[in-house]
Design a protein. Sequence first.
Lengths: 105, 494
Amino acid sequence: MKEAILAGQALNGAHVFRLYLAGGAPNSVRALANLYAICHKHFPDSHRIEIIDVLQEPMRALAEAILVTPTVVKVSPAPEQQIIGNLSEEEEVLRALGLPQKENV
Amino acid sequence: MSDKASAEILEKVSSGIEGFDDITAGGLPCRRTTLLMGGPGCGKTVLALQCLVSSARDRGAPGIFVAFEEGARRVAANGSAFGWDMPELEKKSLCFVNATMPSSVVKSGAFDLTGLLASLAAKAREMGAKTIVFDAVDVLLALLDDPAAESRELHRLHEWLQEQEMTGILTTKIEDDRPASAQRYGFMPFMADCVVLLSQRVADRAAVRAIRVIKYRGSPHVLNEVPFVIGSKGVEVGSSNGVHPEPQPFTERVSTGVERLDEMFGGGGFYRGTNALLTGSSGSGKSTLASAFIDAACRRGERALFVSFDENSADIVRDLSTMSIDLAPHLASGLLKMEAIRSEGASSEEHFMRMKALIAGHQPRCIAIDPLSALARMGGGLAARAVAERLIYLCRNAGITALFTSLLEGIDPHLETTAMHVSTIADSWIQISFELLDGERNRALSIIKSRGTKHSKLLRELLFRDTGITLADPYNAGGEVLMGTLRREKEDAQ
């Protein structure tokens, strides 16, 4: 399972994520759903999610120093940022992405 | 169950550390999990790495080191510091996985180790790994920050290890001052087949390291705590159970340096490659006798080592000249090496490492350590005793004839115990005492034991003369050995 989900146009300044997950493990499934929801809410027109299933590509995760699953890497805009977990704590994700959090909206 | 069947169940792999294999009756459980627990800086990582390196180097068994706390590069560099050829090993059979979590990583929600374990399984298959180390599992678990998740992931790890059929070594930090049951990850020992506790404490201002096998499923093991050191070549565990290969016995004799003492040993002195303990109170002449033994060795053209604690080599040489023992020419020829060591400021383990290096460097055939009891000054008696034992076995296995002096414990000079109970392992035991007879204190010498010789049981007067050291002829009167003035009167009368 390796696929790229494209939404809107992959423009310059688009949010590009790489999600490392472990097949259909519960945390992985939730992470994908959560990331999807966050993207649709905050960058509806410009985001891209690359999914890497560590069970299918185990050596890649090792080479890219991915420790736990699920892990999402925000590839762009720079700087790169790693977030671990199923992304259920949205506030933490938003803070890591430098986006305004709920209470500020 | 037949012996063969039980041997299959209890397959073990050598740790590569002689003393560790001794206390675990053969090493780590093969294809099972060993847990190393201990406080910070107690040597868990080094021990785990050493086991991994030794499997790879000595048995060609590839291995993986997963570092959760210390960077993988640093761990590998530490290995190089012990003289292990890390670059070569990494090329062929070792893989270091840096699993430290950068501080920039943000956590949001639950995660698990499925991915990591899948990656490691793939890596292990690729290299045919037989051993895997998970260093600082506690750091990984702390990241989960949830007791239920910690327990779940630990079980996942455990199941994974069982599936992989690799010999696993986990290390985890514990707090020294808490019992194992009160530790945060107190349940961890249940999943390991072998649990080893490492500790470090300060005794008499010296750091003392100790190792103890807490449990070993299906195998006997040494229950006691055993001292260990981290020396220049890695971890070295003091053997405790006394199971040592017997070296080839020598039949050749080695002079004690005193002709009449040689006679007391049934002619010729000690057996080559054996060790003797020389006990006596302060000022009884132990050092002088030890010097005579060393002098005799050098006169025969043998290399000799004289280790003295808290006494200057130059002073020893000067004081001996009044007894017509001259060590200076042997020092000049290089046959003799004299080493003065301060007993304070180092633990007995450190002293041992130093003496081992001296022996390896000088390659002596005879050695005198004066006094061995100085080992007990720092770091506690128990550690000193173990170190003394190892020193004795080291000499014995190397075929070195050794003379150890020791102060007697307590005030009673007749007390037939020594500070370190070395007497039970020593091959010979000579005692110098002060005998009070007719208002005179005279030095007396007796052989308390000597394995394999028909030795004299007589108490003899020990004479330090300017012509050398000798023993007076035995004179008995009324069941007592005459000494000093009484003996001279008897001699004159004859």
